[in-house]
Every structure is written in C-alpha cells, then in structure tokens.
Write a new protein. Structure first.
Length: 82
C-alpha cells in the first residue's frame, strides 16, 4: 500500500540522496540500496526537518524495507500530533 509518507520518503531519497527512483520499491530494504545505519540516521534527520515529524533513532534499521520504515514514521507522526 502506497501512502503519502512513503511517497515523501521516496522523494527525499531521490532528491536529497540521489537514489534512482526505479530502484525504490516498498519491499526493497535500505541494505539493498547500500545504505548503512549511519545513512539511515541522516535520512531520519532529513525526514524530521522536512516533514516536522519526531522520529526515534531506532525507527528503521538497514534491514527494514522502505515500506515498513514509512509505516513506522507514519505511526510516530500520528503519535506526535495527537
């Protein structure tokens, strides 16, 4: 299922981190994209800054899929706005 959060994360990966859009799919892991945990920390910081979502550092790991990370970030976003 594609969500607005997933689309935003894809846009950030493409625009800020120069990942090929064609390589990004919900079931692709960050490891598949050769992104390590340090990269993920940077990604989560960008998500926080650009989307105004407070995200915990352990929200995603390199083995998580992009779809799963989007779900977790969406859940945290909902928790911070309620």
């Amino acid at each position: 299922m594609m969500t607005a959060m997933y689309d935003k994360i894809v846009d950030i990966l493409v625009n800020r981190f120069e990942v090929e859009r064609s390589e990004i799919k919900p079931d692709v892991t960050f490891e598949d994209l050769e992104m390590d945990s340090l990269f993920l920390v940077e990604l989560l910081l960008v998500v926080e800054k650009e989307l105004g979502v407070k995200v915990s550092d352990d929200a995603a790991s390199p083995r998580d899929t992009i779809g799963r990370a989007a779900e977790v970030i969406e859940e945290q976003a909902a928790a911070t706005t309620s």
